[in-house]
Write a protein that binds this ligand. Sequence first.
Ligand SMILES: Cc1cc2nc3c(=O)[nH]c(=O)nc-3n(C[C@H](O)[C@H](O)[C@H](O)COP(=O)(O)OP(=O)(O)OC[C@H]3O[C@@H](n4cnc5c(N)ncnc54)[C@H](O)[C@@H]3O)c2cc1C
Length: 496
Amino acid sequence: MNEPNQTRQDKAADVIVVGGGNAAFTAAHAAAVRGRNVLLLEKAPRDLFGGNSYYTAGATRIAHDGLADLQDLIEPDERHPLTEVPPYSAADYRRDLEKVTDGRNDPELTEVLVNEAGPGLRWLNSLGLKYRLMYERQAYERPDGTYLFWGGLHVGNVGGGEGLMHDHLKVAEKLGTEVRYGQDVSGLLTEGGKVRGVKVRQQDGSMLELRADSVVLAAGGFEANRDLRRAHLGEGWENAKVRGTPFNTGQMLLAALEIGAARGGDWGSCHSTQWDAFTPDNESNRELTNRLTRQSYPLGIIVNSDGERFVDEGEDFRNYTYAKFGKHILQQPGSIAYQIFDDALRPMLRTEEYDMPGVSVASAPTVEELAEKIGLDPEALAKTVNDYNNSIDLTIPFDPNIKDGRRADTKPVKSNWATPLATGPFYAYAVTCGITFTFGGLKSDTDGRVLDTSGAPIPGLFVCGEMLGGLFAGNYPGGSGLAAGVVFGRRAGSLA
Ligand SMILES: Cc1cc2nc3c(=O)[nH]c(=O)nc-3n(C[C@H](O)[C@H](O)[C@H](O)COP(=O)(O)OP(=O)(O)OC[C@H]3O[C@@H](n4cnc5c(N)ncnc54)[C@H](O)[C@@H]3O)c2cc1C
């Protein structure tokens, strides 16, 4: 018998997918092409659809053998004959994951990711998703008009995250998947140890039960939940700006833990980046999306409000450092920092970010005047800039397309791309910590079957995307979030 405030429905679908981002839609497609009847339940209303995936640049990390090998996947571009895309092997991908996570990546999940990201994209491409080379973010034009891609992240969606999610919607429509918006899924239905559906909270507070043979959880992490951030990431994290959707509050993570699912991965760390500090509406902004980030920092220096540097801005290509620098800024006084460039560097900054409408920037003819404008001690900032300028080995040529080894031997060292900040006007871009997504999730096998605390699969329950823990910890190689959603969404949907 139903509880008084519950409505029971007979089977609503073969497969229920909870969430409406890249991982959810990929899982839905994989189940639908097998002839399964799929119902996708998204918490956001239709006009806020697409999860964090909507906010992305669409950058997706796959292994490949260079430009010739990518031609069957990417859209034509007149720049291709002028372009060099170094091969990026599965071994490179594995090595990068191990390097940035300090070996805390799950080796079995990693193996699947590095081998199946490329085939996964080709499969989505065959269904209707479109990909291209990411010229504006992952290559610098060389003086002779040619392009060299760097950093292992070369392919992205046409139209960025918006294009990705609109393409997913079209595919879902074509495959007959039913998509319902405004669905506040708040619990899992179980019968004899098997998951048999979900509970959806209705506006009047009552619960609707929707039943299915299996449930795929793709409802994101807990990055948009201040209390969970503080509890798991630590004090101060409640103040981070939410870069993406406000709907990833960890509700389904808690629901799965409640029925005995095991935690996977590192619940104490997350992906966080440098994010515009002062622009109004700098959280979950659907117009500016990822343009609020500031990613050209390897070319200049970053100082805190004491005028001091605190990271090695040139430790590695942006793709391998950007996801950990948000945390470093959160820990600075006032959780604020300034990226400093001079006029010679300014034309090299990513235009979509640094020419963003309403960007938080100050400029001045001298370093001292710049410091005054942003409320820093002029002497302190001038000392930092002078120390930096004087410690650069100018005999090494500057080349942003490679790790050029052009060091600034000061404290902290800047390992690559050090260039004197000498030509006014000087620019300061104010940045704070923007949280992207949390790394902790549920534990699963390599097919996305959720495991319980004894290590056994929970029948009928699958997980993918941000909700799947274990791939990332502490740091993250750019473009792996969408890739992981594709790979494990496809696997989960192929079994569900
Ligand atoms: C600004 C920004 C830029 C990024 N750029 C990139 C990039 O270029 N490349 C890359 O690889 N990664 C990028 N990322 C990370 C990337 O967004 C994620 O790794 C990826 O999108 C996660 O996909 P997902 O489907 O797991 O989650 P999401 O896309 O976040 O989808 C989760 C969905 O679940 C829904 N949901 C939550 N709770 C419930 C509930 N209780 N009931 C029903 N639905 C629920 C949410 O509304 C949301 O739609 C970026 C993220 C941000 C925020």
